[in-house]
Write a protein that binds this ligand. Structure first.
Ligand SMILES: Cc1ncc(COP(=O)(O)O)c(C=O)c1O
Length: 382
């Protein structure tokens, strides 16, 4: 519990401060809750489904989910990757959190290792430990891109998988094709030597990318790949818990998929929420209206630069990960608190000396926070 999360700790602190000073006087950048609302047509369809008199809509189903929805998702992946995806390669899950747990349950034996590039989404550690695994953190480079040499150094005979997350929480970095190819070459070399390492690609923010950034299709880079996706962020359905696993058609054995379907059942999920499955199938090609997020990204980046922070412009997600002006990021975050700004220290993501801002908040909050950021910036100007 003590390790449970800096994000939550800061959130609790924020609630206390809001009671003391009034919510409008606190600039809370701690939680990654999407600002987009589900599309209007989706809400209408939800009403239609709920009110229709067709029988059996709320009953048990196959543990991998409705066949027609899995086919719709497979169509999207077939078009995108030009690989022979069918509905059998798709498992509907309780968000990507459910999808990652199902994958790890199916894959890990006690003591198996999973490599995670750092900084990282802290929940990965708990998910890996849930299933008897051991997380091996590997630092990314200074610019938060993959350090494939360091990953090679972390591989040993117990390594079962690597979890990558691009677009990345907390850094906003999107991995380039070249670094992913380099990683794939390393994993293929191990495969030739007799060790299969699964690439698990967490693509929860796949649709939140800016400018002309391209998200490489990992299925075309490495055969032993599965991706985990959810509609929490793109359709604004985080509370509804709907996502899916896509397993590469290049993985010929059926065991892994069968084990995942079984894990969906015995972890107690049984299946992903029925109403939500029926809704999301046809939204696979939808893209998020990025204008709102991009406006916020540019505004917060501008404020940080004006206040003197060392920060890169993120290529995706709704997070930004500036350098803390002092080495002790926890101490720095305390100073921010005194100025009523709530952010999460980098140490909470495995990288000291930084802090994370979740800019999925009202534009007004971002604009009103400018003066507070300028005050803090001034304190640390040399
Ligand atoms: C990197 C990453 N993966 C997975 C999740 C879990 O998302 P969900 O289970 O809502 O799909 C999150 C949520 O913030 C995330 O940031």
């Amino acid at each position: 519990m003590e390790n449970s999360s800096w994000i939550r700790a800061m959130f609790e602190e924020g609630e206390r401060l809001k009671k003391e000073h009034g919510a409008e006087n606190i600039f809370d950048f701690t939680l990654g809750n999407p600002i987009t609302e589900p599309p209007r047509e989706l809400k209408q369809e939800l009403c239609d489904i709920v009110l229709s008199d067709a029988k059996g809509k709320h009953r048990y189903m196959s543990n991998n989910g409705y066949a027609e929805v899995r086919e719709q998702i497979a169509d999207f992946h077939r078009e995108n990757s030009r690989l022979p995806f069918t509905g059998d390669h798709i498992i509907m899950t309780v968000g990507s959190a459910g999808g990652i747990n199902v994958t790890l349950k199916a894959l890990l034996d006690p003591g198996d290792e999973v490599i995670v590039p750092s900084p990282y989404f802290v929940e990965f550690m708990f998910y890996i430990e849930n299933h008897g695994g051991v997380m091996k953190l590997v630092e990314t480079k200074e610019d938060f891109h993959l350090d494939v040499e360091a990953i090679e150094g972390a591989i040993n005979p117990r390594t079962k998988a690597i979890i990558i997350n691009s677009p990345n929480n907390p850094t906003g970095v999107v991995y380039h094709t070249a670094e992913l190819k380099e990683l794939a070459a390393l994993l293929e070399k191990r495969r030739d030597e007799g060790q299969r390492i699964l690439l698990i690609s967490d693509e929860a923010y796949r649709k939140i990318i800016y400018d002309d950034t391209i998200l490489p299709d990992v299925f075309n880079l490495y055969a032993d790949t599965i991706t985990v996706f959810s509609h929490s962020k793109d359709l604004g359905l985080a509370g509804e818990r709907i996502g899916y696993i896509a397993v590469s058609p290049l993985i010929k054995e059926r065991d892994l998929i069968d084990a995942m379907i079984f894990a969906n059942r015995i972890l107690g999920f049984i299946n992903a929420p029925a109403l939500m499955q029926r809704l999301v199938g046809r939204y696979q090609k939808n893209s998020v209206d990025l204008a709102d997020y991009q406006q916020r990204r540019d505004a917060i980046h501008g404020i940080l630069v004006d206040a003197g922070f060392d920060v890169d412009l993120p290529a995706g997600t709704f997070y930004i990960f500036p350098k803390s002006p002092i080495e002790d990021d926890v101490e720095f975050v305390r100073t921010m608190l005194e100025h009523r700004i709530l952010v999460v220290p980098g140490v909470g993501f495995g990288r000291k000396g930084h802090f994370r801002i979740a800019y999925c908040v009202d534009m007004e909050t971002i604009e009103r926070s400018r003066a507070a950021f300028m005050e803090v910036g001034k304190l640390f100007r040399r």
